[in-house]
Ligand binder design. Structure first.
Ligand code: ADP
Ligand code: MG
Length: 710
C-alpha cells in the first residue's frame, strides 16, 4: 500500500515535471531528478520501492559495518577480520598466472604497511591514487607474506575531512544495477541538502516518551552514524513511527467497528449443539470447552463476533468450529467454512459429514474443481433460505456464489488468505459473525497489533494421549541408517511418510525430484514394501484412493509433497522423514510433524540432508521444541514479519523497520501514546496533530477501510 501512495505522489510530480526540479525541491520530488541518477538507476531504485526523494531518505539500512574500531596495520593477523585506515604508498595492476588481473596497493599507517589486493578489479587503478587515504574492511591471508583482502573499500582521497577518523557504514538493501555501495554514495551525496526539507510530524510528547530524536536527526543518524548506538537510535525512531501509526489505526478501526458492530443475536437453543456433544466420540478438552463458551457468548450477544481462534496443530479447532456452525444452524442460519486448499476443504467436509451423520445433516461442498452441474446444484442450495453447513475453498467468495441466509463465516488457516478474501466472505451475508482460525500462534498482545480489531481465543491444550514427536537432524551420509530405521518401524507394523518440498503445485522440477526419489526408494531400501507417491497435481480420485489405502494400512511408505501438511490423520504412521528440511518454514515443519504422533506409539521426525550452518541453527528450533507457539515465534523472528503480512495481504500496514517481536518495549510505548493521543483527540483533528494526520492519510489511505470487519 505504501507503494500505492508512492505511485500517487509520482503521478502528481510527473505532472509538474521539470519545473519541480528547477524551482522547488521537495521530498515528493522524484528520485530520478537527483544528480547521479540516470534512467538505469531510476529503474533500479523503483525496484527497491524508491520513487521519491522521501522514499530514498526512508530507505533503511539493513545492517551496519562497524568501521569505527580501526586496527593498527601492524596488528592485523592472518586469518582475522580487521578494518584499517592508511595511505596508499604504491600501486599497480598485475596479472595472475590464471589470467586474472589484480589491482594491488600498499597501504601504510603509523604502525606499518600491508599489501592489499583486489582480484578482478583492475579498474580501481583509475580511481585510487598514491597518497589517497583508504578505509578498508576485510581480512588478511597468507600470500607471499601478509596480504589484505578488502571486502569494503572507501577512498577518502588525498585530503580527507574529519569523517575519515572512523565511522559506521550503512549497508543498504540493494538490487541489480545498484549496489549497496552505490546507494550509500548516492544517499551520502544528497543527505545534507535533503535533511533540511524534513519536517517532524510526530507530536513531541510521543517522542519524549520514547526517548527518541526528531526525524531529521534520526535520518542523519541512520544514514551517517558516528557510532553503532547512534545508528540504532535512528532506526528506533522509524520503528517507533511505524508502531505508533499501526496502533493508532487499530484503535481507530476498533472504535469505528464497535460503533457499527451490531450483528445477529443467536439464541443458544441447545438443540443441534447438545446432540453433537452427546454423539462425539471423545470428551472436549477443558480448553475446547472454554473457547466454545467464548464463541457462544459472542454469538448470542448483539455485537457481531470477530474472533480469532488460535491453537497448535492437532489442538482440535475443527470441532470447536463445528459447534459454532451448529449454533448458527439451529437459529435457521447458514454457516460457511472456508479453507485455503482443496484438500483441506475436502478433509473438513468429510470430518463434518462423519460427525454430523448421527444428526442427519450433510454438509454442502463447494470448490473450483467441481463439475459445472455439481456446482450449480450446490449454488442452488446456498441461495436458498435453508440452514446449511457449507464447506469450500475460496470458490465460496467468487462472484456467482450467493448465500440465502449466511449467519456465520469461519475461515480456517486464515493467515493463508488475503485481507480482501477474508472480508469478501463476510460480505456474502447480512453482517454475519466471523470466526478466524489459525495454527500459527502468535502472542496475544501481538495479535492485537497485527490483526487489529479482533478478540482472541487460544486453545492451549492438546487432546489427551498425544505423544511428543522425537525430532532429529541427520546428515546425508546417514541416509542408509535412516532407511534402516524406517524399515524397523515398518517391521513393527507402522507406517512412514517421506516428505519433499514443493513450492507450489506447478513446480515441475521439484515434482520430478519427488517422483524420482520415490522410484529410488521403491527400487532400493523399500523394495519389498508398498510405496506410493502423493502430490497435489494428481486428480482427486487417485489422491483419495492412495490416502484411503494409506489410512487402511495397505501402504507402508507414503512419499509426498507438502500436500499432507493439511490432509491426513493416520495414527499408525510413526515416522516422518523430511528431505531438504531447509526449504521449509519452521512453522510448516512443525505442522508437518503434527501428522505423526497421533497414536499411542512413540513417533519420530527425521530432518535429513546436508544443510548450511545457518539452516542448521534455524532447524534446531524445531528439533528442540514441540511447542508450536515457540516455533512460530522463532520463525517470525528469523524471517521477519514478511510472511505474516505476506505479499498477499495488500493494504494492511506493514512493518518495514519495526519488528514487533524485538521491539516489544517500544510497541508498548507506542500503544500508550496512541491511546493518549486518541483519547484527547479521537479523530486527530487538532492543529497540533495536523502534520501527523496528513502523514497517516498519505501512507495508510485505505487501511481503515480494510480493517473493518466487512
Ligand atoms: P487442528 O486444531 O489442527 O485443526 P483438528 O481439529 O484437526 O486439529 O483435530 C486433530 C485431531 O484431534 C482430530 O483427529 C480430532 O478428531 C481430534 N480431536 C479433537 N478434539 C479432541 C478431543 N477433545 N479428544 C480427542 N481427540 C480430539
Ligand atoms: Mg485444522
Amino acid at each position: 500500500m505504501r507503494a500505492r501512495s508512492r505511485t500517487g505522489c509520482s503521478v502528481r510530480d510527473g505532472g509538474k515535471g521539470v519545473s519541480a526540479r528547477l524551482s522547488q525541491r521537495t521530498l515528493d520530488m522524484q528520485a530520478m531528478y537527483l544528480t547521479g541518477v540516470g534512467p538505469g538507476r531510476a529503474d533500479a531504485l523503483r525496484r527497491l520501492g524508491v520513487f521519491t526523494v522521501r522514499d530514498l531518505l526512508m530507505h533503511v539500512p539493513h545492517r551496519y559495518e562497524d568501521a569505527s574500531t580501526i586496527s593498527p596495520i601492524k596488528r592485523v593477523k592472518i586469518g582475522e577480520d580487521a578494518t584499517i585506515l592508511g595511505r596508499v604508498i604504491s600501486k599497480g595492476v598485475f596479472p595472475t598466472r590464471r589470467g586474472l588481473r589484480v589491482f594491488q596497493a600498499v597501504v601504510k599507517d603509523e604502525s606499518g604497511i600491508i599489501e592489499c589486493a583486489w582480484p578482478g578489479q583492475p579498474f580501481l587503478d583509475r580511481s585510487i591514487a598514491v597518497g589517497d587515504l583508504m578505509l578498508l574492511a576485510g581480512s588478511a591471508r597468507f600470500f607471499h607474506g601478509r596480504q589484505f583482502a578488502p571486502r569494503e573499500t572507501i577512498n577518502f582521497g588525498a585530503d580527507p575531512g574529519d569523517e575519515a577518523k572512523g565511522r559506521v557504514l550503512a549497508v543498504y538493501p540493494a538490487t541489480e544495477g545498484l549496489s549497496f555501495k552505490q546507494l550509500r554514495a548516492l544517499i551520502d551525496r544528497h543527505l545534507d541538502q535533503l535533511l533540511p526539507l524534513v519536517n517532524e510530524y510526530l507530536p513531541p510528547p510521543a517522542l519524549e516518551a520514547a526517548k527518541l530524536p526528531p526525524l531529521r536527526d534520526a535520518l542523519r543518524m541512520m544514514h551517517r552514524p558516528a557510532t553503532l548506538a547512534e545508528a540504532m537510535q535512528g532506526r528506533s525512531r522509524l520503528a517507533f513511527e511505524e508502531l505508533l501509526f499501526v496502533n493508532i489505526l487499530h484503535r481507530r478501526a476498533k472504535t469505528l467497528a464497535r460503533a457499527a458492530r451490531s450483528g445477529i443475536r443467536f439464541v443458544n437453543r441447545r438443540d443441534l449443539t447438545s446432540k453433537l456433544k452427546a454423539k462425539l466420540p471423545f470428551d472436549l478438552t477443558a480448553a475446547q470447552v472454554k473457547v466454545t463458551r467464548e464463541i457462544v457468548r459472542d454469538m448470542t450477544s448483539d455485537e457481531r463476533m470477530h474472533r480469532l481462534l488460535q491453537g497448535d496443530v492437532g489442538s482440535g479447532k475443527t470441532v470447536v468450529a463445528l459447534f459454532a456452525a451448529l449454533l448458527a444452524m439451529e437459529n435457521g442460519f447458514q454457516a460457511a467454512v472456508m479453507a485455503p486448499t482443496e484438500l483441506l476443504a475436502e478433509q473438513h467436509a468429510r470430518t463434518f459429514a462423519a460427525l454430523l451423520q448421527p444428526l442427519g445433516i450433510t454438509p454442502v461442498f463447494v470448490s473450483g474443481s467441481m463439475s459445472t452441474r455439481a456446482r450449480a446444484t450446490a449454488n442452488k442450495h446456498l441461495a436458498s433460505q435453508e440452514p446449511l453447513l457449507v464447506v469450500g475453498t475460496h470458490a465460496l467468495v467468487q462472484e456467482g456464489t450467493s448465500f440465502g441466509r449466511l449467519g456465520l463465516v469461519i475461515v480456517d488457516e486464515q493467515h493463508r488468505f488475503g485481507v480482501e478474501q477474508r472480508l469478501a466472505l463476510g460480505r456474502k451475508g447480512e453482517r454475519p459473525d466471523v470466526l478466524l482460525m489459525s495454527a500459527t500462534p502468535i502472542p496475544r498482545s501481538l495479535a492485537l497489533t497485527v490483526y487489529g480489531d479482533l478478540d482472541v481465543s487460544i486453545l492451549d491444550e492438546l487432546p489427551p494421549g498425544r505423544q511428543p514427536v522425537t525430532t532429529v537432524r541427520r546428515p546425508a551420509k546417514a541416509r542408509e541408517k535412516v532407511h534402516a530405521f524406517v524399515n524397523q518401524q515398518i517391521d513393527k507394523g507402522r507406517q512412514a511418510y517421506f516428505v519433499f518440498p514443493l513450492i507450489d503445485e506447478s513446480d515441475k522440477v521439484a515434482l520430478k525430484a519427488a517422483t524420482q526419489a520415490c522410484d529410488e526408494l521403491r527400487a532400493g531400501a523399500f523394495a519389498n514394501r508398498k510405496v506410493e507417491l502423493l502430490h497435489g497435481r494428481m486428480d482427486t480420485d487417485a489422491r483419495d484412493d492412495i490416502m484411503r489405502r494409506f489410512r487402511d494400512g495397505e501402504v507402508d511408505v507414503l512419499v509426498s509433497t507438502t500436500v499432507i501438511e493439511v490432509g491426513i490423520d493416520v495414527p499408525n504412521a510413526t515416522v516422518m522423514v523430511v528431505e531438504h528440511p531447509e526449504r521449509f518454514g519452521l512453522s510448516q515443519l512443525h505442522q508437518l510433524r503434527g501428522r505423526v504422533g497421533r497414536g499411542s506409539e512413540e513417533s519420530f521426525c527425521i530432518l535429513l540432508g546436508d544443510v548450511s550452518p545457518e539452516s542448521e541453527d534455524r532447524l534446531r528450533v524445531v528439533v528442540e521444541s514441540q511447542d508450536g507457539f515457540k516455533v512460530a515465534e522463532a520463525d517470525l523472528r528469523l524471517r521477519g514479519m514478511g510472511d505474516l503480512f505476506g505479499q498477499k495481504q495488500h493494504g494492511e500496514p506493514t512493518f518495514r523497520v519495526a519488528d514487533p517481536f524485538r521491539d516489544i518495549a517500544l510497541n508498548e510505548i507506542a500503544r500508550e501514546q496512541a491511546d493518549r493521543m486518541l483519547t484527547a483527540d479521537p479523530e486527530l483533528r487538532s492543529k497540533e496533530n495536523a502534520p501527523l494526520h496528513a502523514m497517516l492519510r498519505r501512507r495508510y489511505e485505505r487501511a481503515l477501510e480494510l480493517f473493518r470487519v466487512g
